[in-house]
Design a protein around this ligand. Structure first.
Ligand code: ATP
Ligand code: MG
Length: 435
């Protein structure tokens, strides 16, 4: 007989459960909370787009476009790509949906993104990002607001202590061209000392040599000219305004003149929030200004600035919240009791009270289950007691148990009767039930 092969999880994907999932949810909840405080609107964009949306905006020579995208022809032979990030899709939507009328537009989204990378701790092929963008604002105040949002998210998660904001400017187009020429001249002089990867970068994207992780490149990269000497006065003033804004908002930052970011579309502000708590995968939140992107996509020239953060990486730094704990565990013993308890638990849950039903094993097993669930009270309902109009309530904190007359704990007309929780739990341990 042919054995059925057990299915495998696809390399680089994750099944997120338990403590890991609770950390994941905590990150998303914190993001939502801060999003509201900063008055950003939520947006949903497709998981896949026409390939050229990413190719044109992120740049053919970027790592993501040149080797990390999941690209496939669909059944109609359209070339599609699973989103490797959110920014390009949001900018595409801005153009196709005519969102210019709402500019400046402050948007957030979150969800899965896909990159064909070598999987390791903190690096997956399907991972999840939080994303925040301000589109249609050229002012440095927009950069400051976004960075302060990022900083507040880390504070909310209790991880800001171990994370540093590294900041750089890539200048305007004029600055970038002049700096790029100076970099090329420097790297050409030291060709012989560069890694093979960096020789390719030299042809296609010389700025990327600056943040090469290859130790062979470091001496040449570290000796390369800084952008500062090439900054136009406008670009210099823009960077000044951003750093002054961050200081005013009391967001700590450090200058990293070697920070260039992987994508071609960045202008002016570029930044990364970095921790040394995650080894090589230390960047938890990163972004910058992309004033050329929407124009590149064929839309009207529109400034923009944004960031994305890895939910898994943020989750790894945060403490896991406890699992949901019921306030009551309901324990029916007998068939009539079980039906009664089905009504009881539905009633409690409709009143926003967390509860669980223990319906497996003998009474002892069920009591153990109530204890293990971390509940405050167990409500024990037996057929015989029920026939006598009684149920039992036990405080799992004090161990005290009491019998209650149904006539005392139930109120309201029959059919719509609800439990008076104060009556149910009174005297057991001084903790009055919530009404
Ligand atoms: P890295 O240098 O780690 O590859 P990146 O510059 O490619 O990062 P971005 O494109 O800026 O990353 O994405 C924003 C954030 O998404 C990163 O700071 C990181 O937290 C997260 N991230 C990026 N790639 C992955 C991945 N493969 N798995 C998990 N998280 C990731
Ligand atoms: Mg990457």
């Amino acid at each position: 007989m042919a054995r059925i092969e057990t299915p495998k999880r696809v390399r680089g994907t994750q099944d997120i459960f338990g403590e890991e999932q609770r950390r994941f949810a905590r990150v998303v909840e914190a993001f939502e909370k801060v999003r509201r405080l900063y008055c950003f609107q939520q947006v949903q964009v497709p998981v896949f787009e026409a390939t050229n949306v990413f190719a044109r905006s992120m740049g053919e020579t970027s790592d993501v476009v040149s080797k990390e995208m999941y690209t496939f022809p669909d059944r109609g032979d359209d070339l599609l790509t699973l989103r490797p990030e959110f920014t390009a899709g949001i900018c595409r939507a801005y153009i196709t949906e005519g969102w210019q009328q709402y500019a400046p537009l402050k948007l957030t989204t979150h969800g899965p993104v896909f990159r064909y990378e070598r999987p390791q701790k903190g690096r997956y092929r399907q991972f999840h990002q939080l994303d925040a963008e301000i589109i249609g604002a050229a002012e440095p105040a927009a950069d400051v607001e976004l960075l302060t949002f990022g900083d507040q998210l880390l504070r909310e998660l209790g991880i800001s202590e171990g994370v540093t904001l590294q900041l750089n400017t890539l200048g305007d187009a004029e600055t970038r061209d002049a700096w790029r020429a100076a970099l090329v001249a420097h790297f050409e002089k030291h060709r012989g000392e560069l890694s093979e990867d960096s020789l390719t970068r030299l042809e296609k994207n010389p700025m990327r040599i600056l943040d090469s992780k290859d130790p062979r490149d470091r001496p040449v990269a570290d000796a390369a000219p800084d952008i500062d000497a090439y900054l136009t006065s406008e670009a210099g003033a823009f960077f000044e305004a951003v750093t002054a804004g961050l200081d005013a908002a009391r967001v700590a930052w450090t200058r990293n003149a070697r920070l260039v970011r992987g994508l071609d579309y960045y202008r002016h502000t570029a930044f990364e929030f970095v921790t040394d708590g995650l080894g090589a995968q230390g960047t938890v939140l990163a972004g910058g200004r992309y004033d050329g992107l929407i124009g590149n996509l064929g839309g009207p020239e529109t400034p923009g600035v944004g960031w994305a953060a890895g939910i898994e990486r943020l989750g790894m730094l945060t403490e896991a919240p406890a699992a949901e704990q019921p306030e009551f565990v309901i324990i029916p013993v007998g068939e009539i009791a079980e039906r009664f308890c089905t009504g009881l638990i539905a009633d409690l849950r409709r009143r926003n009270i967390h509860c669980e039903m223990a319906f497996r094993g003998n009474l002892k097993k069920r009591m153990q289950r109530a204890d293990a669930a971390g509940a405050s009270y167990a409500i024990i309902v037996g057929d015989d007691e029920l026939a006598a109009g009684e149920i039992a309530v036990r405080s799992l904190k004090s161990g005290e148990q009491a019998r209650r007359k149904l006539s005392e704990v139930l109120s309201g007309p029959s059919g719509g009767r609800t439990f008076a929780l104060v009556e149910l739990t009174k005297g057991l341990d001084g903790i009055a039930g919530k009404e």
